[in-house]
Write a protein that binds this ligand. Sequence first.
Ligand code: ATP
Length: 240
Amino acid sequence: MLSINDLSVRYGRSVTALRGVSFEVPDGQVVAVLGSNGAGKSTLLRAISGTLGLHGGSIIGGSVEYAGERLDRLDPAGVVRKKVLQVPEGRQIFGRMSVEENLRAGGLAAPASARDEARERVYDLFPILKERAGQPGGLLSGGEQQMLAIGRAMMADPEVLLLDEPSLGLAPQMINRIGRIVTEINERGTAVVLVEQNATMALRVSDLAVVLEVGELALQGPARELADSEDVQRLYLGGH
Ligand code: ATP
């Protein structure tokens, strides 16, 4: 279980991006994190993955625990060793390196003996990446690049996968495909924290959901219940 306990985060001296946020990600479940632009969704993932410092942010209160250990006391590599992996917003794949080389870069933290097997698992999940193995990552379509970014994280055999807006900029059909991929990854036993602007897709594939509003936790509950809530319908699902 991943638990976020009373977490507060600040950038620089003045911007408080999260205030007293608490929720849990039970093992093997998918938790959607919804909220408008600037609500603090990316900040939350950075606080979990230990990458806040790279963005000039710091945790000013609370903790992040996984399997009984404090993740907030680890550096990003330490969090990866705990098998908690983030796929950053905007994919950030290596455009000039081949698909296979991108995947290999994701497997560096894993023991050499496990890498071939990990790559086959990723190719099994994303057959298109196998077809494109020798092509530069930068030549893939937006959806394929998202798959590559997810595949690269899967090379480390994560127990918890943190996805930051995987559907951003993708066509509706590809968004549905990303949703199915989240389900497939989860069915293989990985817990997922899914940050999404696309609340419809996110609530469909999640067990639980939380809603952030200007840095605070506004709502949380089973994804199905939130999908039925009037506030969520009005604010995030385009209802009235
Ligand atoms: P988006 O969907 O637009 O990415 P978000 O919900 O992920 O939004 P965050 O990016 O976490 O929101 O931002 C939360 C708040 O922190 C915002 O007020 C934002 O301006 C601020 N912020 C984010 N990153 C930084 C940074 N590197 N330095 C200073 N302020 C930041």
